[in-house]
Write a protein that binds this ligand. Sequence first.
Ligand SMILES: NC(=O)c1ccc[n+]([C@@H]2O[C@H](COP(=O)([O-])OP(=O)(O)OC[C@H]3O[C@@H](n4cnc5c(N)ncnc54)[C@H](OP(=O)(O)O)[C@@H]3O)[C@@H](O)[C@H]2O)c1
Length: 284
Amino acid sequence: MAEDKVALVTGSSSGIGLLTAVELALNGHRVVATMRNLENRGRLEEAAHKAGVRDRLDLRRLDITEFDSLPGAVDAIVRDHGRVDVLVNNAGFSSAGFGEDMQLHEIRDQLETNFFGSVAMTKAVLPIMRKQKAGHIIQVSSISGRVAPPMLGAYSASKFALEGWSESVRIEVHSLGIRVVLVEPGSYDTDIWTRNVKVAAGALDPASPNKERSQRFAEFVKSSAKHRRDAREVAKLIVRVAHDPNPKLRYLIGGDAKLQIWLKRILPWRKYERMIAKAVKIDQ
Ligand SMILES: NC(=O)c1ccc[n+]([C@@H]2O[C@H](COP(=O)([O-])OP(=O)(O)OC[C@H]3O[C@@H](n4cnc5c(N)ncnc54)[C@H](OP(=O)(O)O)[C@@H]3O)[C@@H](O)[C@H]2O)c1
């Protein structure tokens, strides 16, 4: 048990963030569970009550794209809890659409949250962790940070950027006692596939030259829902990483994620591309 450890989780109103907040609390952490809209705290409160850990959670409002407010929010947490041992940069969403249909501002929005939001949170905790001479920064990346599927170019760009930046910062802070880790889930059953997917406005435009292919892709996504796994697996992995004094850089999780990396490695590239286009039903 890590009785006195303090964990800060972003995006804990649903999915991996919610489950991670509860799982960390069950494993002895005091958890500052943050969300951008506290009106959405119902599911977390219910899960925490059920698990008997409600008293170990401090729920706070935090939008990771309100960049200027983040250092102050982290200072307030340190004032109230004494330290931040673990940051779980989990908040994110996915944008879907053909690159041709997606507007620049839609791509920017995707990077503002998934990349710059996580960068800004990391920068806000680094001075604290430097003083503590310890800390874990766990970046919830994705298999899409290693393999870029069609229709998810902006999402993949955000996660590839997070991967590159984190790989670099990890080396910079290692000798300070700070550990930066990338967790790379495959497909897990959360709101990212429903409430939190933003479909490019252009993809919904009846005049889009990609309209039919977009519809076929949407059908593929719907039909693959049954294969999504229980996100508790990811939460448990994050807790394991948080307790490891010497974690690896990358943790890939999910059979589908491992299969994709393996296929990308062994297949000739052209064959791989044709196979993916066919599988997601966007070949002409
Ligand atoms: N589920 C998967 O298959 C999968 C696979 C690979 C990686 N991931 C990654 O896992 C992470 C968590 O996603 P999830 O699958 O658990 O989806 P989710 O259930 O939709 O949860 C996403 C969370 O992020 C929050 N959020 C979005 N923008 C935010 C912002 N600007 N500031 C603060 N919070 C914000 C959402 O808040 P609201 O409730 O206000 O919307 C929600 O709490 C994401 O980084 C995602 O890319 C998920």
